[in-house]
Design a protein around this ligand. Structure first.
Ligand SMILES: Nc1nc2c(ncn2[C@@H]2O[C@H](COP(=O)(O)OP(=O)(O)OP(=O)(O)O)[C@@H](O)[C@H]2O)c(=O)[nH]1
Ligand SMILES: [Mg+2]
Length: 192
């Protein structure tokens, strides 16, 4: 379900409350860009990114899907996280309510998409660099936990190296019989 034909790219989706910085993290990762303007998402868009694995002579192609954080778009967001191989559950390090929202998203994902690799991502570490509650939650729930700043770029490369490594492992494990093809036409259907 995870690998698109020809491109061999893997679907990554960012979820989380509005204004936590989902778009900013993905923009930083895909284009090394950042803006202070909150351009509120109303649907989902995706970026492509190729990650060169540090430990191997291998390029991993990722599709980074950016979703809308406002609650009224939750039902739409569900369309996008289907078939994701890695789910980034993003919160803002300075906003405990957004951590609560991230926990809710994680619970939904455990129920609906248990096969996916889930990472808890604390963004805006330039404002607040430690969140013991998030650390504890990640530990208790066996989640990988990353602290990043989309603004300064800190931690973003490490996050995507980790993701690429997970995807590399997937490719090694992938059995053709278990991979169902997602055609470009289907992608178009999801695109806003
Ligand atoms: N200080 C700081 N601000 C950030 C960081 N990342 C994002 N922001 C700011 O936070 C605001 C929201 O960022 P977005 O990336 O648009 O948030 P989002 O999660 O995509 O929001 P929705 O699309 O509404 O779901 C913007 O004003 C960003 O400039 C960061 O690492 N540090
Ligand atoms: Mg956004």
């Amino acid at each position: 379900m995870f690998i698109a034909p020809n491109e061999q790219s893997v679907k990554i989706v960012a979820l989380g409350a509005t204004a936590v910085g989902k778009s900013s993290i993905l923009l930083r990762a895909a284009r090394n860009e950042y803006t202070d303007v909150h351009q509120l998402n109303i649907g989902a868009i995706y970026y492509r990114k190729t990650v060169k694995l540090q430990k191997a002579e291998e390029d991993i192609k990722l599709e980074l899907w950016d979703t809308a954080g406002q609650e009224r778009y939750n039902s739409v967001t569900q369309l996008y996280y289907r078939n994701a191989y890695v789910i980034l559950i993003v919160f803002s390090m300075d906003d405990v309510d957004s951590l609560q929202k991230a926990i809710e998203w994680n619970n939904v994902q455990v129920e609906q998409n248990s096969a996916a690799t889930r990472c808890l991502v604390g963004n805006k570490s330039d404002i607040c660099w430690k969140c013991p509650q998030a650390e504890q939650y990640a530990q208790d729930n066996n989640l990988s936990y990353f602290v990043v700043s989309a603004k300064q770029g800190n931690g973003v490369d490490q996050l995507f190296q980790y993701i690429a490594q997970c995807c590399s492992n997937l490719k090694l494990r992938a059995q053709p019989a278990k991979v169902s093809i997602v055609t470009p036409k289907e992608y178009k259907k999801f695109c806003c």
